[in-house]
Design a protein. Structure first.
Length: 421
């Protein structure tokens, strides 16, 4: 008798899921190369505020565009929209060769890349989760997140090597080449048929969800990814300053352990909420992050620093798939694209607002106490979410039945000639 967990594993790793995942990886690594753009802009002698504007406009346009295309993704499917976003990026990146100053032109180009990224990122994630069994939704989102984390780690290091050998022109060319790879992989990926995505019931399900939910509950649910993002921002932006203040050496080991723990937990444990429920795993992961923030406020030596790196990565790796799929469950599987776009937008808003808010808190209380405040705020938000947010017994507000999923993923292989990878 075949073990059901093994069966779900093979149903997840189909040819098309791997192709879609690879497309997302190359898309993400192309964007991550542009983390080095400030080095390119530095030769023109801009102020830090100008560099911040050029880099930040990318995130701002991505945040603003995602919710509008989330609805379109649910109607048209992720593949078409992802291809459109990737085309915007491919049409924009070559123009970086023409940048001769830090004026309006690079601001405009970064705004366009933000639009293309916001569209293609959300659409590709949605497409990948469509290609996974509904019982493994959180696990599939966790694996897609791993691809992003790996690309995020590899991209800047690869970019530095390319700049040393070929200059910034080589960096822009490589970014364009990765976009081409992503585009080609998207083309050969076979998307889930529209009727199986439930696109015909999008408007009806949206109406039901919003009519039956109070504004109080909506605020509670929407605040969790914002607070999660703000805490993540506090760790990323302020940890180097804390380590330097405490004379604990280089910041690299902390982030290596943090990233490794996040990758391993997403890959190995990303599907926990598929089996034990979303709210339980959100509560557990948020508790881990809260307690870890309290530990950060007590750091005195390198050993505790590395422990907090591991615990922080573990918590972050667990909360992303659980909380994002909770939002999908809340809005309904037919509104998956909109749910993913809202989650990412809320998270990015939290990252931006968190850097401002916790910077102010740090000025008032000091770096260590700032992390204590962050831990207490997340703990309180987690308790309110656990007590007040609704629980879903079915995935995506829908009853899971074998027919629809089996038709596409397995068992009836004559209907879909796609053997697992």
């Amino acid at each position: 008798m075949v073990n059901s967990n093994n069966n779900n594993f093979y149903r997840l790793w189909t040819r098309d899921f791997v192709l879609g995942l690879s497309a997302y990886f190359f898309l993400f690594i192309s964007i991550s190369l542009f983390f080095l753009l400030p080095l390119f802009l530095k030769q023109f002698g801009p102020g830090d505020d100008r560099v911040g504007l050029i880099m930040g406009i990318h995130s701002l346009t991505a945040i603003l565009i995602r919710p509008f295309f989330g609805r379109l993704i649910d109607r048209q499917g992720g593949k078409k929209i992802s291809l459109a976003g990737t085309i915007i990026l491919m049409a924009t990146v070559p123009f970086f060769h023409l940048v001769k100053d830090a004026g309006a032109f690079p601001v405009f180009l970064r705004a366009l890349t933000g639009i293309g990224w916001g569209i293609s990122m959300t659409a590709t994630i949605t497409m990948c989760t469509d290609l996974a069994p509904v019982q493994s939704m959180a696990r599939s989102i966790g694996i897609v997140g791993v691809a992003g984390l790996v690309a995020n780690a590899v991209g800047p290091s690869l970019g530095e090597e390319v700049i040393q050998r070929f200059g910034f022109s080589g960096l822009f060319n490589l970014g364009f080449l990765f976009l081409v790879f992503s585009f080609l992989l998207l083309i050969i990926t076979r998307e889930l048929p529209g009727e199986d995505r439930g696109e015909k019931s999008v408007s009806a399900k949206t109406t039901i969800v919003w009519k039956n939910t109070s504004w109080f509950i909506l605020i509670i649910i929407g605040s969790m990814p914002i607070i999660h993002g703000s805490v993540r921002g506090a760790i990323i932006y302020f940890m180097p300053l804390l380590i330097k203040t405490l004379n604990l050496g280089r910041v690299g080991p902390f982030f290596i352990i943090f990233s490794a723990a996040a990758i391993l937990s997403r890959f190995r444990l990303g599907g926990l909420s598929d089996h034990y429920g979303r709210k339980k795993i959100v509560f557990l992961s948020a508790m881990i992050i809260s307690l870890n923030l309290v530990l950060i406020s007590r750091i005195e030596n390198i050993s505790l620093l590395l422990v907090t790196g591991f615990l922080g990565g573990l918590g972050q790796g667990l909360i992303f798939p659980a909380l994002s799929t909770y939002l999908i469950d809340f809005m309904g599987r037919a509104n998956k694209g909109l749910a993913i776009s809202l989650y990412n937008s809320f998270f990015d808003v939290g990252m931006g607002l968190g850097s401002i808010f916790y910077g102010w808190v740090s000025e008032m209380t000091g770096l260590k106490q700032m992390y204590l405040v962050a831990g207490i705020l997340l703990l309180l938000a987690n308790l309110v979410f656990s007590l007040k947010a609704p629980e879903f017994k079915k995935f995506g507000n829908e009853k899971i039945q074998g027919g629809q999923d089996e038709k596409f993923y397995g068992n009836n292989q004559e209907k879909k000639n796609d053997s697992p990878v």
